[in-house]
Design a protein around this ligand. Structure first.
Ligand code: MG
Length: 373
C-alpha cells in the first residue's frame, strides 16, 4: 500500500454559548480545525484532525494546511502508510514543532493501519487496559454564579469529577471554586486548571486558600516558561500538581521528572505529535512513579477517537484517579461525524470498528468548512 495524496479541509465548529471556555488564556467560543485525509492506492483513507489553537501551539488552519501540503505531503507520498513509527520519525526530523499538525497525520496512519488489518487502534496498541475511559467535566472561568450553574448541570448529566478554570484573578478564582463546591456538594471530585495564569507566589497562596474547598489537583498553576517555577510551587503546596502546557515533548516530560516539578502529566495526542509520542510521555511518567491524564483542546470527533484509543490502551495513563478531558459532545452544538462517539458523562468508549472507528458526515463537513473564524 502507498500514500497517494493528502487532502486538507478547514472546518470551524461553534461552542455551545453557555459553555464557552474562559480561562487564563482568554475566551474560546468557536473552534477551528483542519481535517486531514490521507489517501492510499488501495482506496483506504486515513482520517486526522488538527486542533488549531494558536495560543497553545502557534498553529492555525492556514499554517497547518501549509505545513501538510508544502513539507509533509512530499515526504509521505509513495510511502507505506502502515510504517507508522518510521514515518512519525521522518516527519519529526523534517519539520520542527507543529505537533498538532503532525499528530493529525500520525492518527490518520494508525487509522489506515487499523482499517487494513480490520482492528480498532486500541488493539494495535496492545489491547485495552481498562473497560472504558473515565472522563471529567471542565467548568469555564465564568463569574461564580454561572460557573456554579454549569457545574450543577454537569452533575445532572452524570459527571462525578470536574475541574474549574482558574488563573484569571485570585479572589475571583477562589469565589468561583467556592461557588462550584457549594453547587456540586462534597462528593464530586474537584480540580483546578490555571492554564499558567498565576505567578509562582500567587499560585502558592491561592492553592492554599483553595484547600478549604477540597481540590484534589492543581493543573499548570504557573506559565510553562521555566520548569523551576512549577517545581517551586509543588514544593510549597500539599495538592498534587499537574503539568499540561509544560509537557509537549518526551524531553519536556523528562525535564519535569528531573526537576520534581509535577505529580501528574497531562498528555495529548496533539502536543507530542501523535498517539505514539503520547504513549512515550506516559511511559516516562510511569518510569518516574508519576501518573498521567489525557488533556484536551476541545477536539472534535476524529481526534477525540484517537484520545480514547490512547487512554484505553496505555497503562501509564491513570484515568481512574485523574479522569480524562474527553468531552466534546458536552461543548459543541454539532459534530461532523456520521455517527457520534460512544461518549457519556464520566465515561468514553472506543467505537468497535477498524482504525479510529469514525466516519465523516460529508454534508456537515461541507457546511462547517464554509464557516469562517
Ligand atoms: Mg490544561
Amino acid at each position: 500500500m502507498k500514500i497517494t495524496r493528502l487532502e486538507t479541509i478547514p472546518v470551524s465548529i461553534p461552542i455551545h454559548p453557555r459553555r464557552a471556555i474562559r480561562g487564563g488564556r482568554g475566551a474560546h467560543t468557536v473552534s477551528p480545525f483542519l481535517l486531514v485525509k490521507v489517501h492510499t492506492d488501495e482506496g483506504i483513507i486515513g482520517l486526522g484532525e488538527v486542533s488549531c489553537t494558536p495560543g497553545w501551539s502557534g498553529e492555525d488552519q492556514v499554517t497547518a494546511a501549509h505545513m501538510v501540503q508544502t513539507y509533509l505531503a512530499p515526504l509521505l507520498i509513495g510511502e507505506n502508510p502502515t510504517d507508522v513509527e518510521r514515518l512519525t520519525a521522518k516527519m519529526r526530523a523534517a519539520v520542527a514543532n507543529n505537533p498538532f499538525t503532525k499528530s493529525a497525520i500520525e492518527m490518520a496512519l494508525w487509522d489506515i493501519l487499523g482499517k487494513s488489518v480490520e482492528l480498532p487502534v486500541y488493539r494495535l496498541l496492545g489491547g485495552p487496559v481498562r473497560e472504558y475511559v473515565p472522563t471529567k467535566f471542565s467548568v469555564s472561568g465564568q463569574p461564580p454564579e454561572q460557573a456554579a450553574e454549569i457545574a450543577a448541570w454537569a452533575v445532572e448529566q452524570g459527571f462525578r469529577t470536574m475541574k474549574v478554570k482558574v488563573g484569571i484573578e485570585p479572589n475571583g478564582d477562589v469565589a468561583r471554586v467556592r461557588a462550584v463546591r457549594e453547587a456540586v456538594g462534597p462528593d464530586v471530585r474537584l480540580g483546578v486548571d490555571a492554564n499558567g495564569g498565576w505567578s509562582p507566589r500567587v499560585a502558592v497562596q491561592t492553592i492554599r486558600r483553595l484547600a478549604e474547598y477540597g481540590i484534589y489537583f492543581a493543573e499548570q498553576p504557573v506559565a510553562p516558561v521555566d520548569v523551576a517555577w512549577l517545581a517551586d510551587v509543588r514544593r510549597q503546596v500539599q495538592v498534587p500538581v499537574m503539568a499540561d502546557e509544560s509537557v509537549y515533548t518526551l524531553q519536556d516530560a523528562m525535564a519535569v521528572v528531573r526537576a520534581d516539578a509535577a505529580d501528574v502529566l497531562s498528555v495529548y495526542v496533539g502536543k507530542g505529535g501523535g498517539i505514539g509520542p503520547a504513549r512515550k510521555v506516559a511511559a516516562v511518567a510511569e518510569a518516574a512513579g508519576l501518573t498521567c491524564t489525557v488533556g484536551s483542546n476541545l477536539e472534535m470527533g476524529v481526534a477525540s477517537a484517537a484520545m480514547i484509543h490512547l487512554a484505553l490502551a496505555t497503562p501509564g495513563i491513570g484515568a481512574e484517579d485523574f479522569p480524562c478531558d474527553i468531552l466534546s459532545p458536552f461543548f459543541y452544538e454539532d459534530d461532523f461525524l456520521a455517527e457520534p462517539l460512544p461518549i457519556k458523562a464520566g465515561e468514553a468508549r472506543a467505537p468497535e470498528r477498524p482504525g479510529l472507528g469514525v466516519e465523516l458526515d460529508d454534508d456537515k463537513v461541507r457546511f462547517y468548512s464554509r464557516q469562517t473564524v
